[in-house]
Write a protein that binds this ligand. Structure first.
Ligand code: GLU
Length: 905
């Protein structure tokens, strides 16, 4: 609650009942809609009388005079009449006649409280003006226009006397960058301003500044709407401080931007409380149902309340009430004014209070200083404060665009009309084939067209498709910062939405907004489909990759050598070569190096060899090698069948890197000005940079459409870098081309619109909903697979992928088993040898160590497959191999015993 109202209420309670003398104030009303202001003012006066803080022993009495607007004679008479009745201050009027009233008040030294701007008050001593000065308002308007970057606009004004408020705007006109037109709202034609609006409409202007009184503001706006100047292309800046008090319901959903200013902050708790207090007081005293809200309290009424507050504060400061009351009346004829009038005005000039219209302070000319204005905007939810202006900080707007929140999805854009721009690109936007001449939206079909239609059904808007004639989607000229194509059309407000295979990119997103993506994709390569290769001479090598062949060869050599070494170490592999000789001079080992190689290759080729390992360790190696060959040969056989039956397909390139490094003369490129080219140009990857450089050096490799790219791929040795969804569409219909390699990036297509448009949210929600309902998927199937010859290549999708050489990844496990088995055999072989050495040493009573060293020395020689028998007395029969016949063993044993002999000496 304002301080004044509160203080006065408490004082009233103490002094109520005392005889009160009257302090008369005069009010002049000259408007048609002054009833509301009148009761608000009367109620405010009543509150002072109740509270008695300011005039403890006196009652304020309001003497009202109503005069016809603009009637100076009547105004003069009314003032004189009021003065004769003894009023010590005059409030109003708000119309033009206030100038005459001012002169009289100045002559009679009667304080004149003014609530409208008056350019003529300078030099007058008795005026206190509560309205913000027009020169300040003019500057605020220029600031707003500059912030919104309006270059071409029309000013529609009602009264010439308000032109000072618009003077700074008019000065912006330079005929080149700023083109400003002015039109007066015709006052002669009974609130009919349509003619003016028709003229404005013809001029094609879409931005308007409207300066008119609150009385006609609604009519002006509604007529602008009737004339068709309120689509989402149109923007309005309203200079009237009461925009928030009129019924804006009809304009909320039309799409036009409304910006305005206000002096009263209806959300300010003090304003809310003061208004509530006045309502209560009015209800108590008059049983009246009249009610105001902070949103219907007009600026003039608020200024009147504040003027009264300033007057009361000045009077209290001056403390002259009793003296003043001695003077019963004044006379215009005798020009006997109020002796203390000027002192009163001077006191009022120095007040520093806070009223409903904010801080109240005055400069030396009695103009208001240090006030604050809210900058407001109309949204679908009503008025929103978007910033403020004050003397110290100037204009401070939280954002420059207009963002309106749409509460609901269904039907939330009903009755709106959008211009949707598209570019011909199959299957997103296409021209219908028809023998009839089609017009309007009927001319188009495609995924994008259907998507807009589905969304429009959900949100209830109308749409008109227009075509970007050159099929340019939009890229920014880095030097000038200017956009082209569909993005330019959006920015210059010739279209509201843009749809086709328009990729969401960071650069575009700086200029326009996108909905959530309705399709995801990545860049890939379109190239001729791989051709079928005749079977190769060495196609038997194909089942294994060269890596596997290499490993196989190494395994073969490794196992052969291992077998040779292990056999040399294994005592049981040393056999009597002549079983008839019982005590041989030397023993023989079947696993010489050539034999070892033959043994292993025999098992690889599944043929076997006459050799059979005897010792445990050699048998282990043989066993694991058999297992290894079993798996390898089966894998080879299985894969060979596939290689021999399927004709392999081949392509000279298999990914982007190969394309970048190709030396077979494949030319490559992408769509001019498209996001694909942008991706390569902006990439930090070395390969892609190289490709970008290639495309810069070969501008002739760029195409102006995807169709041109396809044609080049089909006709020339050319690879086209394009988006995977478009490749998918093409490869469904053109079996001679295919996608090469995977995706180079990930992105999406979205519906574009100007920045901060209120419908973005609703459109995005609609896209998400369609996605959730599976509608987008269904539409994709329809336009990709069914319509326009889709599915033509579905039976032709053989890429030769059924027969791929087995790599190490496929057969690596077998190698591991082989290595494991060999390792185990080495371990067993060591044990075998140690046991044999120990046994020999024990039997022949020679040191174990010496025997071991001798044995190892022999093994390490790696030559000779015969081994002289060193200890002939040793009974070897018990240790001979299990494959030997018992008779042979006993014979050999006997021979061994009979001819002990050392070797190596
Ligand atoms: N979708 C791309 C764009 O929005 C056009 C095609 C391309 O560059 O591959 O610019």
């Amino acid at each position: 609650m304002s301080n004044a109202v509160l203080i006065l209420l408490s004082t009233f309670l103490i002094l109520h009942g005392a005889r009160a003398q009257e302090i008369k104030i005069g009010v002049l009303f000259d408007g048609e809609d002054d009833e509301l202001t009148e009761w608000i003012f009367q109620t405010a006066v009543e509150s002072y009388n109740k509270e008695r803080e300011y005039f403890p022993d006196n009652d304020l009495v309001v003497v009202i005079e109503k005069i016809p607007r603009g009637d100076d004679f009547a105004a003069t008479n009314a003032v004189c009449k009021l003065l004769e009745q003894g009023v010590i201050a005059i409030f109003g009027p708000s119309g033009e006649s206030s100038q005459h009233v001012q002169s009289i008040c100045d002559a009679m030294e009667i304080p004149h409280m003014v609530t409208k701007h008056d350019p003529n008050q300078e030099g007058l001593n008795s005026v206190i003006n509560l309205h913000p000065h027009y020169s300040v308002m003019a500057q605020i308007l220029v600031d707003i226009v500059n912030l919104f970057d309006w270059k071409v606009f029309t000013i529609l004004y009602e009264k010439n006397e308000n032109l000072p408020k618009l003077s700074e705007l008019v000065k912006m006109h330079d005929g080149k960058i700023h083109i400003i037109s002015m039109k007066q709202l015709d006052q002669s034609n009974e609130k009919n301003y349509r003619e003016v609006f028709y003229d404005v409409k013809k001029s094609g202007d879409t931005r308007f500044i409207i300066d008119c009184s609150t009385e006609i503001l609604y009519d002006v706006l509604i007529q602008a709407q009737q004339v068709g100047l309120m689509s989402d292309d149109h923007s309005y800046l309203i200079t009237n401080l009461d925009l928030h008090t009129i019924d804006l319901e009809p304009f909320k959903y039309g799409g036009s931007n409304f910006t305005g200013m206000r002096l009263i902050d209806p959300e300010d708790p003090e304003t809310i409380e003061s208004v509530e207090y006045l309502n209560n007081l009015n209800r108590e005293s008059s049983d009246s149902d009249d009610k105001i809200t902070p949103y219907t309290l007009r600026t003039e009424a608020a200024l009147m309340i504040d003027a009264l507050y300033v007057f009361a504060s000045g009077l209290k400061e001056l403390d002259i009430v009793d003296e003043m009351l001695d003077e019963e009346s004044f006379s215009c004829e005798e020009e006997n004014g109020w002796k203390r009038g000027l002192s009163m005005v001077n006191y009022m000039r120095t007040v520093d209070v806070r009223g409903i219209t904010g801080n109240i302070r005055f400069d030396r000319q009695s103009f208001r200083t240090d006030f604050q204005l809210d900058i407001i905007e109309l949204t679908a939810e009503g008025i929103h404060k978007i910033g403020l202006w004050n003397v110290t900080e100037g204009l401070n707007i939280s954002r420059t665009g207009t963002l309106k929140q749409i509460p609901a999805l269904e039907g939330s854009l009903s009755n709106m009309s959008f211009t949707v721009i598209t570019a011909i690109s199959r299957p997103y936007g296409m021209l219908k084939d028809s023998s009839l001449t089609l017009v309007g939206n009927d001319r188009f079909e495609g995924f994008g067209i259907e998507l807009i239609d589905e969304i429009s059904k959900m949100l209830g808007f109308n749409y008109t498709f227009v075509l970007e004639p050159n099929g340019v989607y939009g890229s920014m000229d880095k030097k000038t910062g200017k956009w082209n194509g569909m993005i330019k059309e959006l920015l210059e407000e010739r279209a509201d939405l843009a749809i086709t295979d328009l990729t969401i990119t960071a650069e575009r997103q700086k200029a326009v907004d996108f909905t959530n993506p309705f399709m995801n994709l990545g860049i890939s390569i379109l190239y001729k489909a791989p051709t079928k290769q005749p079977p190769k001479l060495f196609s038997f090598m194909s089942p294994f990759s060269s890596e596997v062949w290499l490993f196989l060869g190494s395994a073969y050599m490794g196992v052969s050598i291992l077998l040779f070494v292990v056999a040399r170490m294994a005592p049981k592999e040393w056999q009597n070569p002549y079983p008839c000789i019982e005590e041989p001079e030397k023993l023989e080992n079947q696993f010489s190096m050539p034999n070892s190689l033959w043994f292993t290759v025999g098992s690889v080729l599944q043929q076997g060899s006459e050799l059979a390992p005897i010792a445990m360790s050699t048998r282990m190696i043989a066993g694991i090698w058999y297992f290894f060959t079993l798996i390898m040969v089966s894998s080879y056989t299985a894969n060979l069948a596939a290689f021999l039956t399927v004709e392999s397909l081949s392509s000279p390139i298999s990914d982007a890197e190969e394309l970048a490094n190709n030396d077979v003369g494949i030319m490559y490129g992408s769509k001019k000005g498209g996001s694909t080219l942008g991706f390569f140009n902006d990439s930090s990857n070395e390969v892609y940079q190289k490709m970008a450089q290639y495309m810069t050096d070969h501008p002739e490799a760029l195409t102006s459409s995807n169709d041109e790219g396809l044609m080049r791929v089909q006709m020339h040795n050319y690879a086209f870098l394009m988006e995977s969804t478009s490749i998918e569409y093409i490869t469904e219909r053109n079996c001679d081309v295919s996608q090469v390699g995977g995706l180079l990036d990930n992105k999406g297509y979205g519906i574009a619109m100007r920045k901060n448009m209120y419908y973005n949210d609703a459109l995005t929600k609609a896209v998400i909903k369609l996605q959730e309902q599976g509608m987008l998927h269904k539409m994709k199937d329809k336009w990709w697979k069914e319509k326009c010859g889709g599915g033509a290549c579905s039976g032709d999708a053989d890429t030769g992928g059924g027969s791929v050489a087995l790599t190490l990844a496929n057969v690596g496990g077998v190698f591991v088993v082989l290595v494991g088995g060999c390792t185990a055999s080495i371990f067993v072989n060591g044990l075998e040898m140690l046991f044999d050495v120990w046994n020999t040493a024990r039997t022949n009573k020679i040191p174990f160590r010496k025997e071991l060293v001798d044995e190892l020395k022999f093994v390490a020689k790696c030559s000779g497959d015969t081994k002289p028998v060193r200890h002939r007395n040793v009974n070897r029969s018990s240790e001979s191999g299990s494959g030997e016949s018992e008779s042979l063993k006993s014979k050999e044993s006997k021979r061994s015993k009979s001819s002990p002999k050392s070797y190596g000496k």
